[in-house]
Design a protein around this ligand. Structure first.
Ligand code: UD1
Length: 433
């Protein structure tokens, strides 16, 4: 069903919120379970619609899925009867991460067919680097009628240089290379925490991967992989969203079950804005009682400031004292939400990849539309700090990546409710998890 959020702003968030498992790790780990041809038990799996889509795709491929415990996000996935290398379900087109089936199928059976992925429209989002990697390993890759076909007699390790440190390409190449003959080196690899988490998961399944988290990843091909138990790391972006929401509502929130070092780029920016921060072992307390100081942000690959926290930061800076700038260097069209923020009274101009944000004293509630996942989360923050009522439409985007976001916000004292708008295709998705 199609739903909207109705938020009455002006309530400072306070209390403790616990962060769920990382979306971008989970959406790679699920397709990778087919490499095991066995049973994997995954814990701390976020309850988000992208995970639900992938579980449905796995089930269509022949995997057996058993939910052990929703509270801890534990699921058992048995892929021993997945006897196909063709992922042709239309569900594949509904998310970005479905491209991980290509690397996983190639790694498992030297062959793959997959419908091309969907996901948030935040730029061109090509997959040429994934393909370049598969080809370097010896695969022939063709794209025809929105499907990708890849096949190889055998995969042989290779030295692969990525022109951009792409998260998706790094992970997909790791999948394909795990059981290739010999050694593969990925140079200029992505270093994001979820890349490290996925490498750790693959190693737990028997792979031999070294260097994840640096810009050179070395993979020595193994003959076979096996099932394992694994707990997904906390979501860096969900944590950052709550940290910004706490600051934006002049609240005082302990964001717990996060890895503080993953948050450094945001934490230092918040301190620069004048926000109070206390770092613990697995939590960060964020407290604030004023408009932020204007700052300049440039999105970068990890450990730089993450592009996925660009929109939530822009919302907070829309009420800054002074003029801030945000330079988006990762995706070319990630400022669509600015139009929605302007409806709420923000004074932001965008020239190419640069947003110039002239702080206003306060945003005002109105009806807005989520234009993608992180933009949707940003609009929630806008609604929470605005005067009056905000209605956010197209919240299906937000559900793709945030686990029970309104319940977590309600527990922190927010005035937010989800109401129905009309039916849509989500009703036809089996509610496995
Ligand atoms: C992933 C994340 C997304 C995050 C992004 C950057 C998932 C499911 N999504 O997206 O939340 O915003 O990382 O941290 O994990 N590029 C190419 N050719 C390619 C691949 C990428 O030119 O073959 C470019 C992209 O257009 C973009 C840049 O490289 O400009 C980074 O993209 P990438 O890191 O691959 O992002 P995604 O994996 O799509």
């Amino acid at each position: 069903m199609n739903e909207k959020f109705v938020i009455t702003g002006g309530k400072p968030l306070s209390g403790t919120v616990s962060i769920s498992g990382a979306k971008n790790a989970a959406v790679a780990i699920l397709p990778a379970t087919i490499l095991a041809k066995g049973v994997c038990t995954i814990e701390n799996l976020p309850q988000i619609s992208d995970v639900r889509l992938l579980l449905n795709i796995l089930k269509e491929l022949g995997a057996k899925i058993e939910v052990i415990d929703t509270a801890s996000g534990s699921i058992r996935i048995d892929t021993s009867e997945v006897n196909t290398c063709h992922a042709t379900s239309q569900l594949m087109t509904r998310l970005r991460a479905s491209y991980y089936f290509v690397g996983a199928f190639l790694g498992l059976c030297n062959e793959a067919e997959a419908l091309l992925p969907g996901g948030c429209a935040i730029g061109k989002r090509p997959i040429d680097l994934h393909i370049k990697g598969f080809e370097a390993l010896g695969a022939k890759v063709e794209i025809e009628n929105a499907s990708l076909f890849a096949s190889a007699k055998e995969l042989n390790g290779a030295d692969i240089y990525l022109d951009q440190a792409s998260v998706g390409a790094t992970i997909n190449i790791m999948f394909a290379a795990c059981m290739a003959n010999g050694r593969t080196t990925i140079t200029n690899a992505a270093k994001e925490p979820h890349v490290v988490d996925v490498a750790n998961f693959l190693n737990r399944m028997g792979a031999n991967i070294r260097g994840a988290g640096t810009d050179t990843i070395r993979i020595r091909g193994v003959k076979k992989m096996h099932g394992c138990s694994y707990s997904v790391i906390p979501d860096q972006i969900e944590a950052g969203t709550f940290m910004l929401a706490a600051a934006a509502t002049k609240g005082d929130v302990i964001v717990q079950n996060l890895i503080p070092v993953h948050m450094e780029a945001l934490t230092t920016k918040l301190i620069e804005m004048g926000v109070g921060i206390v770092r613990g072992d697995d939590y960060i307390r964020v407290f604030n009682d004023r408009r932020p100081k204007a700052v300049n942000i440039k999105t970068l690959v990890y450990p730089g400031y993450p592009t996925d926290l660009q929109q939530p930061a822009c919302v907070f800076l829309s009420i800054a004292e002074g003029t801030s700038t945000i330079l988006e260097t990762i995706f070319e069209s990630r400022f669509k939400y600015v139009e929605e923020l302007r409806k709420m009274g923000a004074n932001i101009t965008v020239t190419d990849r640069l947003a110039t944000i002239k702080g206003v004293p306060q945003l005002k509630g109105t009806s807005v539309r989520a234009t993608d996942l992180r933009a949707g989360a940003a609009l929630i923050i806008a609604g929470l700090m605005a005067e009056g009522e905000t209605q956010i439409y197209d919240i299906g985007y937000i559900d793709r990546g945030y686990d029970h976001i309104e319940d977590k916000l309600l527990a922190l004292g927010a005035d937010i409710r989800r109401t129905k708008v009309e039916d849509n295709e989500d009703d036809h998705l089996e509610y496995i998890y």
